[in-house]
Design a protein around this ligand. Structure first.
Ligand SMILES: [Mn+2]
Length: 364
């Protein structure tokens, strides 16, 4: 397991790179260039600036997140070919910097969604992101950007860029007659053109699951269960057609047995990276993001780390969203302290599992 941390770039992250370097066991980043909109080509110059900073502090960056897919590709419009070409150009620009995994999602229109980005946990004064499906059922989609962006502490939210959400109504209407099967066919079309490019470049494309793990606002969603990912893997048989297994996203659906899903796809060689986080259910389709500790949430982090150890031990891992603790403020979900605690805990689980397995005191 390669331990990493997400970093949004110098002007878009409250956490200095030098601090990330000091987190025990953290060897690299899952990088993001938040300046680009879906469909745009990421230019070498800008990528180079990001990588120079990262390497200057002694960190690696072999995973890039949020190379988002243009809606025309998901909708299967004739203009999609141009955007697929741009996507390939971005991959070609990233590869020379040593990028091995690129994370994306295939959620129509709306990316990840929470109803409260900074909710007080009265029992200890920490603050968490929160999701309440009852609220989502009540709200109009056009009011969502205000709900999300008003709570973002001035940071841009990946997937919720103002340019993107300004067209929300028009794009949602375009999906009116798109069924899950049609969305899957559009994904297949994308795979047929982009996976060969990935294979040539030595990059694995890793799909992030739908978050939360069910359809919202009647939009088709095809990536939130084991069956869904079985179908996605079958669309194009290649190790380059891979998964970013996010435990908090899949785990938001109680039916999803997250350790079993990791074992299934890990053994098939389809897991390229994992996002590890825990959530605590507070009601039906209602949860908050807890600390990583098994006892604080409803996911069994020991079983999750054990499943990674047993089925896909070489994957990249990062702690996903954390709480805000010790008075920290910053990008919702992406403070330093709680995610650093998450890394220490996950690596502790890993060391205990590895030593137990080997029956020795070898350093892992
Ligand atoms: Mn995630």
């Amino acid at each position: 397991m390669k331990t990493t941390f997400r970093w949004f770039g110098e002007n878009d992250d409250s956490v200095p790179l030098e601090y990330i370097r000091q987190i025990p066991g953290c060897e690299g980043l899952m990088g993001v260039l938040s300046a680009y909109r879906p469909g745009e080509v990421w230019e070498s110059d800008r990528i180079s600036v990001y990588f120079e900073k990262v390497r200057a502090v002694g960190l690696k960056c072999e995973v890039i997140e949020s190379v988002n897919i243009h809606e025309d590709i998901k909708l299967g419009l004739p203009t999609r070919d141009r955007y697929i070409e741009n996507y390939a150009a971005t991959l070609r620009n990233l590869a020379p910097f040593g990028v091995k995994v690129v994370i994306y999602n295939f959620m129509p229109v709306l990316d990840w969604l929470r109803t409260d980005l900074d909710r007080l946990n009265p029992e200890d004064g920490s603050r968490s992101m929160y999701y309440d499906d009852a609220l989502v059922r009540d709200i109009k989609p056009e009011d969502l950007p205000e709900l999300m962006l008003s709570q973002s502490n001035g940071f841009s939210l990946p997937g919720w860029e103002p340019e993107r959400v300004s067209e929300l109504g028009r794009i949602m209407k375009a999906y009116e007659h798109v069924t899950p099967d049609m969305l899957r066919q559009n994904l297949k079309y994308f795979f047929e053109r982009i996976i060969p490019v990935c294979e040539e470049l030595g990059i694995r494309l890793a799909m992030h699951p739908d978050d939360p793990a069910w359809p919202i606002f009647g939009l088709p969603r095809i990536a939130h269960s084991k069956d869904d990912f079985d179908k996605i893997c079958a669309l194009y048989e290649s190790p380059a057609n891979a998964i970013c297994l996010c435990t908090g996203s899949l785990g938001s659906e109680r039916e999803n047995d997250v350790p079993a899903i990791i074992r299934h796809f890990g053994r098939l060689g389809r897991v390229a990276c994992v996002h590890l986080r825990n959530i605590k259910f507070t009601g039906e389709r209602c949860f908050r993001e807890s600390s990583h500790l098994s006892g604080d949430g409803d996911l069994d982090m020991y079983e999750i780390v054990k499943a990674v150890y047993e089925s896909c031990p070489d994957v990249y891992m990062r702690p996903d969203h954390g709480r805000m603790i010790w008075g920290e403020t910053g990008r919702p979900g992406y403070g330093l302290y709680d995610r650093a605690l998450g890394i220490a805990y996950i690596n502790g689980l890993w060391e205990a599992i590895a030593r137990g397995d080997k029956g020795s005191s070898n350093k892992v």
